[in-house]
Design a protein around this ligand. Structure first.
Ligand code: FAD
Length: 421
């Protein structure tokens, strides 16, 4: 009998390290997380349950340390499996709770431009690596979105950083940061270190002015608001963050003019493939629920799944998982193996291409959750049967990182050489 492990996950592309990490995460999620899933959903404001759970995954299971170099205490996982491992972890956690997956993965997401080969910034890694790889919980937060359009900040091809309102001004050996960020995952009381997207020249369209600067959350001038109450993704805490004349050493800028934006694109392409992994994880969770439900529920004298109209829709969900997985694994492979495919994961073209996968995955996961509710009817809409949470959580997977319109626009820009959009 097929299970979730029979959906596409190419064996020759998944190393033992990736498989074993995935198994460990699945085991943990089943044992520790699933039994208290509904309580976690109520914990969106206080995060009393969520922070200890984050510690178990990020510290005890070693996810925070996975890609840091050994010399700063990291696990130095193979650099040609970064995207494969990240995606498998996203999937396994999302199968139970995509909000928690988001919080866990985003802890080091903002550090991608300095954490990975071939552009590691060892000075910064020596300073911050031991905190992420230590025994205490230390969480990263990537602050991109601003009140005046988050999508425009990401629309580098056309806006070129022109609308970024958060500024970094050099004063001697220090950057002085001023600005207001909204929505970042792991903000509020959770985040310990912000990777802040900012500009060194407000209104500039010179991408040399695009900067990503590290800002420890405990510095004078950093303040946060209360957690937003959202439709789903309760395990991910999102708040306002203000930077008011915050002073950080000059070396906290990730790379410098030109290279900050260049390597930041790798963060964006990881986010797009990651969105597909969140979607596949949710859809696998949904598949398990509806498989059980349509087998056990007897309607008009036979199991629900044996009715042709249901078989048609069950196949549709399976096809959505297969198609999204196949596309995702192809891009994972391209991300991890630029030497084969000729495009680096930070190349603009590659980033724009991955936008299409994220759009497809966002649509697929919504459709799968909605179909599941069609089968389960009122039971699907009730909390206790698990679909309702996936349905609430999944919408944002297609929206974050620029919204659906920006993603499709950028994808069209790549495939059709758009010049004005
Ligand atoms: C659970 C969750 C987690 C998040 N995590 C993070 C995080 O870690 N870090 C972070 O910085 N932010 C995060 N966000 C914020 C999210 O990424 C932004 O909300 C998103 O990028 C869109 O920005 P916006 O809401 O400002 O939309 P807007 O910029 O107001 O865009 C509105 C609409 O316009 C569309 N649009 C954009 N450009 C064009 C165009 N040229 N033509 C036509 N339409 C266009 C957009 O696609 C969108 O549909 C998170 C949000 C949530 C809910």
């Amino acid at each position: 009998m097929p299970t979730i492990d029979d959906f596409i996950r190419p064996k020759e592309w998944t190393s033992d390290v990736v498989l074993q990490t995935g198994q460990a995460v699945r085991k943990w999620a089943e044992k520790r997380y699933r039994p208290i899933l509904e309580q976690v959903d109520e914990d969106w404001k206080e995060h009393k349950l969520i922070e200890p759970l984050l510690k178990e995954v990020l510290v005890d299971l070693g996810l925070n340390a996975a890609f840091f170099p050994a010399e700063v205490g990291g696990n130095d996982m193979p650099q040609d499996q970064v995207m494969a491992l990240t995606s498998v972890v996203c999937e396994e956690l999302s199968r139970v709770d995509a909000g928690f997956a988001t919080a866990a993965i985003c802890s080091t997401w903002g550090l991608v431009p300095i954490m990975l080969e071939p552009h590691r910034n060892m000075e910064l890694l020596k300073e911050f690596g031991p905190k992420f790889c230590g025994k205490e919980l230390y969480v990263g937060c990537h602050a991109i979105t601003e009140p005046a359009s988050g999508a425009d900040v990401e629309n580098l091809g056309v806006m070129k950083g022109k609308t970024i309102q958060t500024t970094a001004t050099l004063d001697g050996d220090e950057w002085v940061i001023n600005g207001h960020k909204i929505w970042p995952t792991n903000s509020g009381k959770v985040g310990d270190l912000y990777s802040v997207v900012c500009t060194t020249q407000k209104g500039s369209t010179d991408l040399n002015d695009f900067a990503v600067i590290l800002v420890p959350a405990d510095l004078e001038g950093v303040s946060v608001g209360s957690p937003y109450q959202k439709a789903g993704m309760a395990a991910d805490i999102n708040t306002d963050v203000w930077f008011d004349n915050v002073r950080v050493p000059k070396r906290y800028r990730m790379h410098g003019p030109g290279d900050d934006v260049k390597y930041w694109r790798r963060t964006v392409s990881m986010g797009q493939i990651g969105a597909a992994a969140f979607s596949v994880g949710v859809m696998k969770g949904v598949y398990e629920i509806i498989k059980r439900w349509t087998t056990e529920r007897v309607i008009a004298g036979k199991p629900l799944k044996e009715h042709s109209i249901c078989a048609d829709m069950l196949s549709e969900v399976a096809m959505l998982i297969e198609s999204t997985s196949a596309w995702m694994w192809t891009y994972i492979r391209e991300w991890d193996h630029p030497e084969i495919y000729g495009k680096e994961p930070w190349d603009e073209d590659f980033t724009l291409k991955t936008r299409g996968l994220a759009v497809h995955a966002g649509i697929a996961v919504e459709q799968a959750c909605s179909r599941a509710m069609d089968f389960m009817s009122s039971y699907g809409y009730a909390r206790e049967f698990g679909i309702e949470k996936h349905w609430r959580d999944c919408k944002i997977i297609g929206l974050w990182m620029g919204g659906r319109a920006l993603k499709t626009l950028e994808n069209a820009r790549y495939w059709y050489d758009l010049e004005t959009l």
